[in-house]
Design a protein around this ligand. Structure first.
Ligand SMILES: Cc1ncc(COP(=O)(O)O)c(C=O)c1O
Length: 334
């Protein structure tokens, strides 16, 4: 469901947009204004020059990290690294924790995780680098029992990865309980917050999250092509890089810098996207997660209330005589 956004002239009143779980629309006016300002007045690459526009671009990108750090109660802004999207962040989290040279390695997820967790794990398994346990969920509620996660942990378990809120059923998993179990057993805990960040309160410290992957383009109201990974301070010592390259820092070094965030951000940034995302996060911070959540619940309950006494009218595409029976979700194996 969309956030209230009366003041953005890019909003098309003729379109009823219901695809916010894929990517949000419309964006707040401040998001598009910041992107236009970058495109028309700054146009520089952060960390690649000592002139004013490059310095300001770097400062704006850092401001986005600071806002994410505030939203999620992180320890340090530079422990939020920018990625292409949530899938990209999950690939870094999952594959960065698995070192093929250190065997045996085991990973835990659930049956109903998103493909952006299942596919990287299946790929690692098919290469023979890991074995995995897909913990079942309750068939009525879709919830995983944290004790089942506890029982699945083995001495060689290298990670537990969980989709916080399901894009299929809306089930919200008990990440704090799972996080505590993982912390007790010293197993890194990865959370896919694609459908929860910006919708639900998340506190990476209280929830014992080691790595949190999220898109910038859904409830944080940034543009497509943005995402991030939170890396708990200390974990960067063991999280391997998936890509190396220029960072604009310590260029005399032949190897990737080992400091944050440069270690995981080779190549020029998506400055225009991150600057837009920063304004989206600011908007979310200003509204407050509780207010936004209450508004979304109203939007969910409104059609329920109105439809209660009406006979449903089934829609069919032109030329079809029968309505669609089954909806296949594009992200899931059915
Ligand atoms: C639960 C969940 N995880 C991960 C993703 C992947 O997000 P992205 O498209 O930003 O890679 C999605 C996308 O819809 C999702 O719903």
């Amino acid at each position: 469901m969309t956030h209230p956004n009366p003041d953005n002239p890019t909003f098309s009143p003729r379109r009823l947009y219901l695809d916010n779980a894929a990517t949000s629309f419309p964006k707040p006016r401040t998001v598009t204004d910041a992107m236009v300002r970058y495109a028309t007045q700054l146009g520089a690459s952060a960390g690649r020059g000592a002139y004013q526009e490059a310095i300001e671009t770097g400062a704006l990108i850092h401001e986005c990290r600071r806002r994410l750090n505030r939203l999620l109660n992180g320890e340090k802004a530079e422990h939020f690294v920018f990625t292409l999207n949530c899938s990209d962040a999950l690939n870094l989290a999952i594959k960065g924790l698995i070192d093929p040279a250190r065997q045996p390695a085991h990973a835990i997820c659930t049956h109903i995780d998103h493909n952006s967790i299942l596919r990287p794990l299946n790929e690692l398994e098919s290469r023979g680098w890991i074995s995995q346990t897909q913990v079942p969920v309750d068939s009525a509620t879709g919830l995983v029992d944290p004790d089942d996660i506890r029982r699945a942990i083995r001495p060689e378990t290298k990670l537990v990865a969980i989709t916080h809120a399901s894009n299929v059923t809306g089930t919200v998993q008990p990440i704090r309980e799972i996080g505590r179990i993982c912390r007790e057993r010293a197993v890194p805990f990865i959370v896919d917050a694609a459908q929860s960040v910006g919708h639900l309160p998340i506190d990476v410290r209280a929830d014992c999250i080691d790595l949190l992957a999220a898109p910038g383009h859904k409830a944080l109201l940034g543009p497509l092509g943005t995402g991030f990974l939170y890396i708990r301070p200390g974990l960067e010592k063991s999280l391997r890089t998936l890509r190396e390259g220029g960072t604009g820092s310590v260029s005399e070094l032949a190897t990737q810098p080992d400091f944050m965030p440069d270690k995981y951000e080779p190549g020029s940034h998506n400055a225009i996207g991150i600057i837009g995302l920063s304004e989206g996060v600011k908007w979310v911070l200003e509204q407050g997660i509780e207010t936004l959540h209450a508004h979304e619940m109203d939007l969910v309950h409104l059609p329920r209330r109105r439809l209660r006494h009406r006979r449903p009218h089934l829609l069919r595409p032109p030329g079809r005589t029968k309505p669609h029976r089954r909806i296949r979700h594009p992200h899931r194996r059915v």
